[in-house]
Write a protein that binds this ligand. Structure first.
Ligand code: NAD
Ligand code: LMR
Length: 337
């Protein structure tokens, strides 16, 4: 019910977003499990005036369907490589959920073989056709696909580290849900920063910094269980779907939240802060997810980690070797090594 209220509120709000904030959003992989509901949610966004839906096939149908919704954005479908440039031209934000999802027993890194090449090709096209767009990279393994995107744009001479963002919002969405449920809190009033990357132990929720603080209600064992459930949230869905893919609906929701945050930043909203996986110097690895202020040029400020308790500090130390190796793997791939 709350979700429906949010959608209705959004749909009503579009009349209050001034026309000079007209924004084009492109979704690459729009006919997929994430792509379709994400396209629906972006059609409902008050911040979108033009929606370009690209996939290798199937987008004319998705676009025709979504275009009948009576909200502001005009919608066009683009199918096949020869239409990719047109889909990207003039885009302010490009959301990339293209690629294969996991099956039970696989790690996200097992997707590298197929998805690395898909992301490189799509980002190359972004570098050529919309080099100033903010890229929201959803395709896994995010810990490697974001470095691939960065290196690909570097090679084209158009890399701006403020504009390449890995989407880790689903980890935050999960941490909020699980924390609120366990502590008996109103989930709509809960916030939990999640830092690191987007795979297993590289996902580190900072429950010591959660708002509101429920330390008196949760034991160390509770926090350990919540941390592990957040780290394994993706696997929980992969197993429940039993071979039919990974999270699509919750990811579409998280992807739409993050894209809207990027658009609000571009429009000059002074107060947009999200966790996202970006080029960063706050740890010893060159890409890291933490709280970031989003503004007119993308990443405006990267916040530090704040004070970590011993459990979180150990989690940070434990994740860095895996994160570093995923980053190096992505960079080497994009360099053709
Ligand atoms: P899916 O198979 O349902 O859809 C993927 C879509 O990508 C398909 O429509 C396919 O045609 C399209 N595609 C493939 N190659 C393409 C190309 N070269 N250009 C354009 N489109 C192309 O998969 P899904 O469930 O939507 O998941 C997509 C990706 O998102 C996976 O890699 C998955 O692991 C990842 N994912 C990430 C998160 C996250 O939190 N970042 C969460 C869930 C899923
Ligand atoms: C998720 O966290 O749900 C995604 O990264 C998909 C996956 O493979 O778990």
């Amino acid at each position: 019910m709350q979700a429906i209220k949010e959608v209705v509120k959004h749909a009503r709000a579009f009349s209050s977003v001034p026309a000079h904030f007209d924004r084009k959003v492109a979704v690459l992989g729009a006919a997929g499990g994430i792509g379709q509901p994400l396209s629906l949610l972006m059609k409902l966004s008050p911040y979108v005036s033009e929606l370009a839906l690209y996939d290798i096939a199937g987008t004319p149908g998705v676009a025709a369907d979504v275009s009948h919704i009576n909200s502001k954005a005009t919608v066009k479908g683009y199918a096949g490589e020869d239409q990719l440039g047109e889909a990207l031209k003039g885009a302010d934000v490009v959301i990339i959920p293209a690629g294969v999802p996991r099956k039970p027993g696989m790690t996200r890194d097992d997707l590298f073989k197929i998805n690395a090449g898909i992301v490189r090709a799509l980002v190359e096209a972004c570098g050529k056709h919309c080099p100033k767009a903010l890229l929201n990279i959803i395709s896994n393994p995010v810990n490697s696909t974001v470095p691939i995107a960065a290196e690909t744009l570097k090679r084209l001479g158009v890399y701006d580290e403020k504009r390449v963002l890995g989407v880790t919002t689903l980890d935050v969405v999960r941490a909020k849900t699980f924390y609120a449920e366990k502590a008996g809190l109103d989930v709509s009033k809960v916030d939990v920063p999640v830092v690191g990357g987007h795979a297993g132990v590289t996902i580190l929720p900072l429950f010591s910094q959660a708002v509101p603080n429920a330390a008196n209600k949760l034991s160390e064992a509770d926090i350990d269980a919540l941390t592990k459930r957040t780290q394994d949230g993706g696997t929980e869905v992969v197993q429940a779907k039993a071979g039919k893919g990974s999270a699509t609906l919750s990811m579409a929701y998280a992807g739409a939240l993050f894209a809207d945050a990027c658009l609000r930043g571009l429009n000059g909203d002074p107060d947009v802060v999200e966790c996202t996986y970006v080029a960063s110097t706050i740890t010893e690895v060159p890409f890291f997810s933490s709280k970031v202020k989003l503004g007119k040029n993308g990443v405006e400020q990267i916040y530090g980690l704040g004070s970590l308790n011993d459990y979180e500090a150990a989690g940070l130390k434990a994740m860095l070797p895996e994160l570093r190796s995923s980053i190096e793997k992505g960079i080497a791939f994009a360099k053709g090594e």
